[in-house]
Design a protein around this ligand. Sequence first.
Ligand code: S3P
Length: 428
Amino acid sequence: MGGVFVKPITGVKGEIQVPGDKSISHRAALLGGMAFGETHVTNFLLGQDCLSTLGCLRELGVAWERQGTEVWLHGKGMDNWQEPANVLDAGNSGTTFRLMLGVLAGSPFSVTLTGDDSLRSRPMRRVTDPLKQMGARILGRREGNLAPITMQGGQLLGQSFQTEVASAQVKSALLLAGLRAKGETSVQEPTLSRDHTERMLRGFGVEVQSDNTIVKVKGGGKLTGQNVSVPGDISSAAFFLVLGSLVRQGEMILPEVGINPTRTGIIDVLQAMGADIEYLESSEICGEPRAALRVRPSQLRGIEISGDLIPRLIDEIPILALAASLAEGETVIRDAAELRIKETDRIKRVAEGLKALGATIEELPDGMRIKGRPELHGGEVSSFGDHRLAMTWAVAGMLSQEGVSVENMAAANVSFPNFLEIVEKVVL
Ligand code: S3P
């Protein structure tokens, strides 16, 4: 394999400002494009996924400019979006694809969305079925399950939905469609998923009622352009929380990380495993809490992770599995079957990859069982084009005995451009 070789390190020291939150960046662009008036976004994530959202907006006639991580959107209201002359490409981004379907369900024109090989194999019926119930006309392979998908929007009628899985992408798509539907749309989830859409819609002036796992919007809500400051992405910070816990020496500070309670499962679990992570200054900006995080080395212990915790750390399970493989004792992760339909089958790929590096790990239908050990020897693994696997393997390399060669490390750019160059700055 001709991968990038990541060598072992002994410690880290310093400060890392992780890039902007991916979920919040998508929503800032999308809501800015749906709104009337100017939206100014700061600390926008320049990962491929969020650039895909901006690219789709451009095709729909939304004017915007970007300078570095600042984006200005000149919204004319979603009812003034134009029929795109070409297929919309969401790239690798499930959030772009599913949220766009929601907004476009109420547009009076027809549009086809597609994405890369991974996205074209991910299930879309969880969004297209309920949107069809609201009145949208949708065509796609396997009864509207697989992209490319053609949406022929139209008059929508609000509905009450009970979703089978806690998915912020599904919830958000239905709420955004609900804004353009007649009457009320409500979504009840089995467990609360990340609530960035609800928080940001309120910031843009839309009334959103929520009571734990039930959220409601009324049709006809108008959005007004806003200033949005995007906090650092806790899912990107997760790689440093694990690295900083498992190196032998040093200390790392991660300023301005988003600590929305629907996302902090990773901190709760690492602390329960014995990690030395502290919240320093905290504040709330644009409806989203943030804090500086400090992490110091410690001995981690195995733990059981399941149930309501899972949606609060779903994207962090690959890096948590690495932490568990270097912890004392056994870790069991259950109720996480959703991992099989992420950018890759993350249960299979994490289990295969960690095994190749020397871990003791067993794949379960909905999770994994990991027996911790004092060290991983290292070896060769691939990201399979999955950004979170690429970064997990890079951290594994730094914590291993002999280093790790990561095939397709560039996949990290989807959510964390220049990941390795940035880590380099804090390596002792
Ligand atoms: C996201 C929701 C989650 C998460 C994804 C981002 C979002 O997906 O895994 O990385 O921004 O709404 P699901 O909605 O499929 O759980």
